[in-house]
Write a protein that binds this ligand. Structure first.
Ligand code: 13P
Length: 250
């Protein structure tokens, strides 16, 4: 059985004070929950402090983006070795906000996955279609193309390090959640693509759902056969809500 993972993407929220309070609350509320794995993804400025606050806890640390070069004249960029150095074990790649607002492409998501793996970080690869694409019945095509851009260039050993999140763009921050059936359908498709590569890998790989996950809808989503956890945005900023989402998959 795949162990569920609940991840919180804090996006551009939390100064050091707020991050410290949130982490303290999370440690307290999550410490007795053994049924799933936890990951928090604060903004860069809070990573160093977060690594200290999370020492000896069961909560892993991740970053929101990675540049694909390891060092050099790349003003404003952040590299895999620096994220590893500060205590990260995961990094988001291809979040739709990065794809839409910062011009990340299919090719650059592959480079980022490779950079993460080079640095010993686990890539959490985000896939998802826009509302326009869903309405044109192109969800499967779009999501599989995003996945393919990475899979076709990775070895089996590299793919073993991956976590994948399906985050329909129309459900992110909109309060409009995919129905459990809609989400399951895409997750199944993604897992089938992994089966085509390797059955054992497909059985093991964790596929998270993201997009307006809340305590009220988490139970039904997380009960779906191919949904192995949640990538939570807004609700991850409230420790009680994040803990309630985790309880929903017990
Ligand atoms: P919301 O939970 O706020 O919709 O955000 C989802 C998300 O983008 C997580 O990466």
């Amino acid at each position: 059985m795949r162990k569920k993972m609940i991840a919180g993407n804090w996006k551009l929220h939390c100064n050091l004070r707020e991050a410290s309070d949130l982490l303290l609350d999370l440690r307290r509320l999550l410490s007795s929950m053994r049924h799933c794995d936890f990951l928090v993804i604060p903004p860069y400025t809070a990573l160093s402090q977060a690594a200290q606050k999370l020492e000896d806890s069961r909560i892993a640390l991740g970053a929101q983006d990675i540049f694909y070069e390891d060092k050099g004249a790349f003003t404003g960029a952040i590299s895999g070795p620096l994220l590893k150095d500060v205590g990260c074990t995961y990094v988001l790649v291809g979040h739709s906000e990065r794809r839409q607002l910062f011009g990340e492409t299919l090719d650059s998501s592959l480079l980022r996955v490779k950079a993460a793996l080079r640095a010993g970080l686990k890539p959490l690869l985000c896939l998802g279609e826009t509302l326009e694409e869903r309405e044109a019945n192109r969800s499967a095509e779009v999501v599989l193309a995003q996945l393919e851009a990475v899979m076709r260039e990775c070895t089996l050993a590299e793919l073993e390090e991956l976590v994948v999140a399906y985050e329909p763009v129309w459900a992110i921050g909109t309060g409009k959640v995919a129905t459990p059936q809609q989400a399951q359908e895409v997750h199944k498709l993604i897992r089938e693509r992994f089966y085509a590569q390797d059955a054992a890998l497909a059985e093991r790989i964790r596929l998270l759902y993201g997009g307006s996950v809340k305590p009220e809808n988490a139970g039904e989503l997380l009960a779906q056969e191919d949904i192995d956890g949640a990538l939570v945005g807004g609700a991850s900023l409230k420790a009680v809500d994040f803990a309630a989402i985790a309880r929903a998959c017990a």
